[in-house]
Design a protein around this ligand. Sequence first.
Ligand code: MCN
Length: 759
Amino acid sequence: MSILGTRVVRTEDPRFLTTGGVYTDDMRLPGACHVHFVRSAVAHARIRSVDVSAALEASGVIAVFTGADLADLPALPPPMPGMINAEMGQPLLAADVVRYVGEPLAVVVTEGRYQGEDAGDLVDVDYDALPAVVDMAGAAASGTVLFPAAGSNVAATFGDPAALAAGLFDGCEVVVSRTIVNQRVAPAPMETRAAAAEWGPDGRLTAWIPNQGAQGTRGALAGMLGLDPAQVRIVTPDVGGAFGAKFGADPEHAVVCWVARRLGRPARWAETRNENLLGMTHGRAQRQAVTIGGSRDGRVAAYRLEILQDSGAYPKFGAFLPALTILMAPGPYAIPRAEAVATSVVTNTTPVGAYRGAGRPEATAALERAMDLFAAEIGLDPAEVRRQNLLPAFSEPHTTAFGAVYDSGDYGTALERALIAAGYEDLRAEQAKRRADGDVVQLGIGLSCYVEITGPGFEEGGPRENATVEVHPDGSATILTGTSPHGQGHVTVWAMLASEKLGIDVDKITVKWGDTDLIPEGGGTGGSRSLQQGGAAVQQAADELLEVARQRAASELEANPADLVFDPGTSSFAVAGDPDAAVPLARLADRERLLVRAVFVAPGPTFPFGAHVAVAEVDTETGQAVLRRVVTVDDAGTVINPLLADGQRHGGIAQGAAQALLEEVVYDGDGNPLTASFADYPFITATEVPSFELADMETPTSYNPLGAKGIGEAGTIGSTPAVQNAVIDALAHLGVRHIDMPASPQRIWQALQSAAAGS
Ligand code: MCN
């Protein structure tokens, strides 16, 4: 029986549940000093002076460095050369100007960890305050320019707003417009950022950094330090969550390495939660103007999306997010005319980066809100409007007007399955009853249909990943992978894939990743790429290893290779019809290593899809919304381990619901962060979510032999608009058409007051 498609329990877990993980902060390098970052207390200012004399006198202080000391290291340029304004680079430590609260401007290096925090308070920074640009609206035209050399606060543009078609909505019976805020949120992984660095006598750097791909981290770090990547070894300890925000390396990581070199001793850093909420990139942060038009019978004829993206103070991947939002703008619908444009601006806030879904949740949120606004305007059931406009099922690639090539899809079936699983008609009947009875607590049903992109690769020739499989003489095996699991369960699934081919038990297979000396190439884990590319590479390597083994077995058995059959049950080759003439794989590894490295190249990214139904109860007197049910269909093609895929859906749905109901990074008008601790930043916990109801659907892709698409971000993409729509739907009969996220009691209550007042 095949092990693939079965619910194999994570082999990673016994260690995490007993001895515990080993994180970067556990790397007690002998003789290491501790690095503490002094961060800007103001959002925008010229630095007049930094007086470190008192700090230098403090207990345990070895050295204090400021931006001036790092003059030999150039500013970190924005990513995506040619796309993002190159004048908006980030100094590793701010020297002249600070541009957000939390920006590092000096380091205090101490013998003991907490001495740095005390001494850091003694660093006296004299600021010459500048006006702060906090709101992305108006940032482009603001008289305050963060980077004078850049000429304006525009970091990037996608499409030409001046070229938007004047007649896009001509002929539409109904046109609805709305501005929607896709608020800034914090990735908030359990493990905050950290680094440990040591230079060898050969001048080579070894750095332990929690990351999503050691090879990308090596490149980023080498770039910031002006080193050849060959001079850098990155080792990835256990990683306590990343959610897109631990790709590459941040200036702090480079500074820790620089300190270790300068002082000639190992250096360590682990940030506090407060620093993490200020310093780690945030996600989302878009303002979206949507316009949707069509006929009164429910056909959508035209859709326009205009995006304003807040990149924060230094443009990073966040400035590029709208490109992905635009790519996915028409989602799963057959909209005859659609347009999307975007502008990314800089503001005096924490830089914005990738966060679970990175650009795609924003596309789905805009479109699914627009669908509901349209349905409300024409008085049609939101499910019916979606049904009428979804693309028909297709198995040959479908190219959208925005150039996305959807590999395979059956969006209508996903919607129907979700509606059936939720008992949609019964829910509507219950809602009608509560409305008729005038209940204080009303019921809302929210829908969302989505299609997303996973495994987008920028490599020439197609997205790719490598894997090495080796069988050892004792019958065990080792896999080296270019992916970088941090909660996704690759150790279990990669072992399942090799076990299926080689007939070696899962618990005899070791999976290694995240050491650039051992695995010099790899794309890491993000964009839900790992199974479809990294897993496919494991399978390919195992297949190729069997061919090498077949040749060796043939000479061992003095038989024709074509006459040999492999029996996974005994993990051995035997001559067809003569089972006694057999040789196990393990023995074939005796004299010469039995090892194959394979590179799997995909023809392109894949496009998972699904439909979510959320049910919320909203108290019309207090404005409190409670999420009662979330029913989802998340079609990621063939599922290799349903237990892990479901776990990914659970986590994703919870994070998506969190954005709809709770989470928001807030700044005051001067750019002071108001959500810099978990007392103020209300990330979701188990008490706020119901048990999720997951329905199955598998539409395989032809883009890899596994038939698998990505599942890691699907939950986040589908659930946010479903939950938001549910809250608004509960109040639709009272005249409420829209409530921005997070749908806090205050916002809901205000929406009810405005609706009652007829505005
Ligand atoms: N899987 C499967 N069948 C499929 C698809 C996936 O069995 N058809 C399994 C895979 O084998 C893997 C898991 O599901 O064990 C997720 O696989 P995949 O969809 O390929 O996604 P990645 O492994 O590339 O994970 C990346 C994704 C992203 S982009 C974010 S952000 C995210 C997420 O994973 N961050 C996470 N899930 C997270 N989970 C945890 N615990 N922590 C994070 O930081």
